[in-house]
Design a protein around this ligand. Structure first.
Ligand code: GRF
Length: 236
């Protein structure tokens, strides 16, 4: 097998999706990829502890950059330097709340993905993150929500869609219950997608569509067994 795909993860919070990647690639037995760098947007977040506990290099945006609302130049220089220093081949935004500067998007075009806790293009865009997403889904009376993984473009949540997984919304769901059900699927879909990318199964067509060979649907995304039936409410 060829060298593992070198993955850099950007996070702003708990890092449970980061943990799902670490469990499969760094601590588990899938040799196709490896998390080599975690960048936190601020110190003290759980994601950084998770990286260190797994023996992965963990770095924080410098204070000067963190403290500016949006300072694309500061973010740009730091991210390009740090991601380049360890030869990151795929960037994963896993709950990263800062804007990615356009130059970084261009440098990693087709090699940077984001995970979003709803079915895009609905319920995405600037300011739509965390609990707000699930509240909006429930307020709208949606019967289905889901997980979307997409390539990162210069607009929030608008890049080519890479993978999706639908999840039912129950009548009595509040945002916490829905978030928990969605997160459980995120932890399965994200490592599956990274593994597929590492195995060269994903490409971007000239029309800007993400294409899987063989198709992803019907394999990882919709397979549910007795122990991992995400359509039930047992863990909701
Ligand atoms: C996830 O719901 C993800 O979809 C969104 O932010 C959340 C991050 O959770 N982008 P965690 O930090 O991975 O636990």
């Amino acid at each position: 097998m060829s060298e593992p795909l070198r993955v850099g993860v950007l996070a702003s919070g708990s890092g449970s999706n980061l943990q799902a990647l670490l469990d499969r690639f760094n601590l588990g037995d899938d040799p196709s990829a490896r998390v080599v760098l975690v960048v936190g947007s601020r110190p003290g977040i759980r994601a950084l502890d998770r990286a260190r506990e797994a023996g992965v290099r963990a770095e924080v945006l410098p204070a000067t950059v963190q403290n500016s609302e949006e300072d694309p130049e500061g973010d740009e220089a730091f991210l390009l330097r740090r991601l380049g220093a360890v030869d990151v081949q795929l960037v994963v935004l896993a709950g990263y709340l800062r804007l990615i500067p356009a130059s970084v998007v261009r440098a990693f075009w087709g090699r940077m993905i984001n995970i979003h806790p709803a079915l895009l293009p609905s319920f995405g865009g600037h300011g739509m993150y965390g609990r707000r997403v699930h509240e909006a889904v429930i307020d709208r009376g949606c019967k289905v929500s889901g997980v979307t993984i997409h390539f990162v473009s210069e607009e929030y949540d608008r890049g080519p869609i890479v993978a999706q997984w639908p999840i039912p919304v129950m009548e009595d769901d509040d945002s916490d219950a829905l978030a928990a059900r969605v997160l459980r699927v995120e932890h399965r879909l994200l490592p599956a997608v990274v593994s597929g990318i590492a195995r060269g199964r994903l490409s971007l067509s000239s029309a800007g569509r993400a294409e899987w060979v063989p198709p992803l649907c019907g394999a990882e995304t919709f397979r549910a067994g007795p122990d991992d039936d995400v359509t039930t409410r047992k863990d909701g």
